[in-house]
Design a protein around this ligand. Structure first.
Ligand code: R5P
Length: 298
């Protein structure tokens, strides 16, 4: 088995390799002055099962193309199979036509992955459970919820004075799942309205009771708007301690500042997305998915 990494999250690739008792294989990702990439696998892969670790976070298109080129390079060099570990799957939110005339970006991505002979994809906490159905190749859909449930227990936040919260109705299945992992801990949801043209978020209504402590669970934090607005709404309804668990720290532009200055007490994310030093903030805690991924690759 050989493991290669794109440029998106080398730290995660190293952690996975180390848990598997192997090293990350060398590759060259040469960037020409015009931005084009020339990619070469620099390890012998003939008849090997190859793993490529590459979450497709911003710059999304560049990261996807590195993944495609690495897969193509491995297959051309004789790899028996290629498994793409894409803990965060870019474009997953555009999984259908929301407004007339739009592209279904996710379908284009999946077709391209299949056309470069990727044999299997491993990903985490996809936006909807329908996404694996878009793939014709095996797609392993893992979840960080167990990791989150363990941390919630460890911190002593699984008691009677706490309620789990989904910041939108779309997260109902996720919140039901983590509630089950925490012995049917109570949960509630917030009704969120997003302007489809601008992406701006407004919190409409909290459906259930708000307790002293709340634990918000979401799949991703992008602009941070959903979490900041949800936390404000919960504070107004009487919450005193607010903790957030979200799998993917996509953290675009102002998100770290927004979260640090929000009424949230702590933000837990995973390393599905690499968080550079300049995006770290004091409320942030990062849990690693490397053990779960290494197990899935056994
Ligand atoms: C949306 O439905 C998702 O579950 C997340 O809540 C959303 O993508 C987060 O985006 P942002 O941080 O930009 O509000």
């Amino acid at each position: 088995m050989k493991l290669f990494s794109g440029n998106s999250n080398k730290l995660l690739a190293e952690k996975i390799a180390s848990r598997m008792g192997i090293s990350v294989s060398p590759s060259e990702i040469f960037i020409f002055p015009d931005g084009e990439r020339r990619i070469q696998v620099q390890d012998r892969v003939v008849d090997e099962d190859v793993i490529i670790v590459q979450p497709t976070t911003p710059p999304v298109d560049t990261n996807y193309f590195e993944l495609f080129f690495l897969a193509d390079a491995a297959k051309r060099s004789g790899a028996r199979s290629v498994t793409a570990v894409v803990p965060y799957l870019g474009y997953q939110r555009q999984d259908h036509v929301f407004r007339d005339g739009e592209a279904v970006s996710l379908e284009v991505i999946v077709n391209t992955m299949q056309s470069v002979s990727i044999d299997k994809v491993i990903s985490f906490d996809l936006h909807t459970i329908k996404i694996p159905e878009v793939f014709s190749i095996p797609m392993v859909h893992l979840s960080a919820l167990e990791l989150f449930a363990d941390e919630i227990k460890k911190q002593g936040w699984a008691g009677l004075d706490t309620v789990l919260v989904s910041p939108d109705m779309g997260g109902i299945r996720r919140i039901e799942m983590i509630s089950k992992l925490l012995r049917d801990m109570p949960y509630t949801t917030i009704e969120k309205n997003r302007d489809l043209a601008t992406g701006n978020v407004e919190m409409a209504e909290i459906t259930g009771e708000v307790t002293h402590r709340v634990v918000i669970v979401d799949d991703m934090i992008s602009s941070g708007g959903t979490i900041a607005k949800a936390a404000e709404a919960l504070k107004k309804r009487g919450a005193k301690e607010i903790y957030v668990f979200a799998t993917h720290a996509v953290f675009s532009a102002e998100a770290p500042k927004l979260l640090e200055n929000s009424v949230v007490d702590k933000v837990y994310v995973t390393d599905s997305v690499f968080v550079p030093k300049e995006k770290e903030f004091s409320k942030l805690h990062i849990l690693s998915l490397s053990e779960m991924i290494a197990k899935a690759l056994e």
